[in-house]
Design a protein around this ligand. Sequence first.
Ligand code: BES
Ligand code: MN
Length: 455
Amino acid sequence: MSDAQKAIEYAHQNRERFSRELTEFIRIESVSTDDEYKPQVLKAAEWAADHLRKIGIENVALMPTGGHPVVYGDWLKRPGAPTVLIYGHYDVQPVDPIELWETSPFEATVKGDYLFGRGTSDMKGQVMATLNAVESIMKTGDFPVNLKFMLEGEEEIGSMNMGNFLPKHKDLFKADFCLNPDAGAISADEPTITFGLRGLAYFEVHVYGPTRDLHSGLFGGTVHNPAQALAELIAGMHDSNGTITLPGFYDSVRPVTDQEREATAKLPTTPESYLKQTEVPALWGEKEYTPALRTGARPTLEVNGLLSGWTGPGSKTVLPAKAMAKISCRLVPDQDPIEVHKQLVRYMEEHAPKTVTWEVKNLHDSPWAITDVNTNGVRAMAAAMETIWGKPPLYRREGGSIGVVAMLQNICGVESGLVGGGLPDDNVHSPNERMHLPTWHKNMDAFIHFFFNMK
Ligand code: BES
Ligand code: MN
């Protein structure tokens, strides 16, 4: 039996324990966006650090970042062999709206082929798939390559401290390749390597009217309602084709090449697949681009939340004093988040009516990334996927963001292989997040082959 087969056998025999350990990890409510959860975020870091120690990783430490710590660890006993950096994040998104969850979000629950719970798919499950693969090799023989770990606690809030942290530890995170299982796959039957991620610039737009909420009968019709003013401003941010109207927004957007159009047209991400996954009555967006190009290669401006006036039960006749929108832009090469911030401010300067005052706050930015797929790491992963799925992976650009990918390229010179067992219908960031267990198991096996293919 080959070393890889021995490790895979170990992984199969330990599936139940792996599920129990993942359930423990899910139970820790590591919501990074909410300061109230700070102790739980730290607890998740400690849990991950303990787990690394248990599976034989050395020099495990929680490294301070100014925010939530980075969990580091390494195993460097193969001089001359390549070093693989394993990236993951142990933070999760908030669970709201909690009333729509059918199971308790932090009590991982198996239903059929799925494990439900916040962080199952994005990405505690993917972290554990990787650590389980590492453990399976560690416990059945000699590890073929050197390992380093970087487990982050602020990915879901834009990796806001990484830009300061990484340059200080540039050498520590040097590696030949980074395995990043945070990117997911097109479907359970389509092993996927992602080579592009969008960036993100996140804002709050505040519109202020009267100094206090007013009686809508006494003042309605005479005072501009800030909720209405904000709605008018938001409505003007796209034209009728879905194109964004911020001044200069597309100036640095790289045009989609014919070659990319052709390659993307061959992917199984069709208009029908988007309709099926989202259950909307019809799709929306720039007509000149297919949905796959719109999400992978085109930028967006999205309203993530709106707040104003009376939203409690029953009615209250009020003219609200203020309104607020959370707005974020997904960015593509070569857009710069700082420029986009300026463009949003310019738009407000040009369009906000004199009847209200306003403010734009920039919460965080994340860079876009295009990764090199002609690396030994990607070749090793593609071969591993082909061994497990019986077909070569598909290559795509993805609409989500993972800030650290571009930072690792620019600061440490490390290219990432973006993979993972997350599927489009996993409800990531939504109620009833789930992970497809058969895909989870396949990924563990593929990761085992990957490490042997890397040596
Ligand atoms: N895993 C996702 C990003 C992702 C999703 C990559 C789908 C590829 C496919 C990640 O955890 C995430 O959600 N990131 C945030 C980052 C943001 C807050 C800067 C995102 O994309 O919203
Ligand atoms: Mn996420």
